[in-house]
Structure formats: structure tokens, C-alpha cells
Design a protein around this ligand. Sequence first.
Ligand SMILES: NC(=O)c1ccc[n+]([C@@H]2O[C@H](COP(=O)([O-])OP(=O)(O)OC[C@H]3O[C@@H](n4cnc5c(N)ncnc54)[C@H](OP(=O)(O)O)[C@@H]3O)[C@@H](O)[C@H]2O)c1
Length: 256
Amino acid sequence: MHALITASTEGIGKGIAKALAKQSFSLVITSRSENKIQQTLQELRKINPAIWGTTSDLTKPESLEKLVNFTLEKLGKIDLLVLNTGNPPREPITFEETTDEDWEYAVKLYLLSAIKLTKLVLPHMIKQKFGRIIYLSSWTVKEPQSIFVLADVARAPLLQLTKILTKDYSKYGITFNTILLGSFNTEGAKKGIKRLSEKRQKTFEQVWKEEVLDRIPIGRIGDPEKDIGNLVLFLYNSDYLTGSYILLDGGNTNAL
Ligand SMILES: NC(=O)c1ccc[n+]([C@@H]2O[C@H](COP(=O)([O-])OP(=O)(O)OC[C@H]3O[C@@H](n4cnc5c(N)ncnc54)[C@H](OP(=O)(O)O)[C@@H]3O)[C@@H](O)[C@H]2O)c1
């Protein structure tokens, strides 16, 4: 079991890495910051020594080529690609506030990185006649929100990509799924709510309650390792669940 997890030195990606490390996966973790990689490696190697890390920037295609080469060199193969990302630096942001640069960054981060990494790992998965590709996205793709315009518009096509790849590559034993995430307890989520509270001139606690906690019927925010990690493991072990999206949101989303 050999996995590459992107954007995995904090938050959701790191939680998934921890869950997989505990199940004896060999892993490559990555993000832009060497410091965060070293800290995460130190933490995860206490659970499982078969973990490596290297820097990469999801918005830079040449850096993704290096990442896949590094992963193949360290792991020998890639059975599972979990495509997690960060967020555009100015999000939450409304359409009228966005610039051409914001859009370019968002499309590179959320969409082109998924296309590039999929193209890079597919030949290896085809050769070994096994693969799992999981894209991480958000519940707001189903219920678009003004303040997440960059993310919602840029990552929505991953659902189409999931379907099309399933049609073309199922014959090689490869599955494709997208997870639509609700609210998860991460520094990224807190940073976003902090910026939103400043814009709305409310306290962090007030906005966290209104925008996060009050919206979740089961009454708690998600835990990256436990809630997402378990779903990733389930998807890894299933050869029948493919071409789908799974809403993992504590019941938050209204849309059917
Ligand atoms: N948390 C939630 O409630 C929630 C809900 C729905 C969807 N999501 C989505 O889940 C993803 C992860 O969110 P999170 O809350 O875990 O964020 P986070 O706590 O801010 O962690 C983001 C991770 O991504 C890395 N990263 C950021 N930009 C990158 C880039 N250009 N290239 C490579 N790595 C990059 C960061 O490390 P470096 O800074 O070192 O690069 C870090 O490891 C985001 O796309 C977010 O939209 C989150």
C-alpha cells in the first residue's frame, strides 16, 4: 500500500496521512514549506517509519513532475493518490473583489494540479492494473457560496473529471472518487473564519458559531484523521465504489 497525499503538512492532508500511516501505508507527504515537511515527518515517523517528504507547489506543473518522480523513487509505486489542496491566499472573497491573478491561482491550484497529477500517475497505475484516485473538494460545490467563488468555480469540474476518468480507466482496476467536505477542524478553516469575521466586523467566535457549528446537524465539526481518514481507507478497499462523489459533512448540505 503506497500513497501520495498532496498538501499534507497541515490540516486535512496531514490528518489523512496520519490515518494511513497507522494502517501501515508507505507514504509521501508534501507542501510548499520545507519546515512544515520536516515537522510532519518527525511526527508521522513515530507512527510509521516508511514516510518521506519533499516540497512541491501545486500551482507549478514542473514541481508536480518532480514530486511524482520523488514518490516513485522512494515508494517504488503509487497505489493511491489523494489530491488535497490549500486555498487561494485572498479567500474568502466575492466575485467583484477578485482579480485575474486570483482566478489564475485558483484554477491552477484546484483544477490544473488535479489534471497534471492524474496524468502523471495514471501510466503507473495502468501498468500495475490497480489504482485509487481521490480528489478532495467541498460541499460548497453543490451549494455554491458567494465568498467561496474562487474555490467553487475552479474545483466544480473535478466531478466531471471523476466521471469521465471512470468511463475510460475502470478497465485497468483504477477507481476515481471525489469527497465533498463539510467543515473540518483545521488552521486553514480558522484562518478563513478569522478573515470573514474581520470583513463582517463580528467576533471570530460569533462567525465560527454562525458559519460553522450552527450549520452542522450532528453538532460537531469534522476530524480530519478520524472522519476523512476512515473514508479514504474505505475507498481504498472498494473496487466497486467509483465515479462518485461522497458528501462528508455531518449532514450540513441541503441540496440532494
Ligand atoms: N477545513 C475545512 O473545513 C474544509 C472544508 C471544505 C473544503 N476544505 C478544503 O480542504 C483543503 C485543505 O484545507 P485545510 O483546512 O486542511 O487547509 P490548511 O489547514 O490551511 O492546510 C493546507 C495545506 O496545504 C498546503 N498548501 C497550501 N497551498 C499549497 C500549494 N500551492 N501547493 C502545495 N501545498 C499547498 C499547506 O502547506 P504549505 O503552506 O507549506 O504549502 C498545508 O499543508 C482546501 O482545499 C480546503 O478548501 C476544507
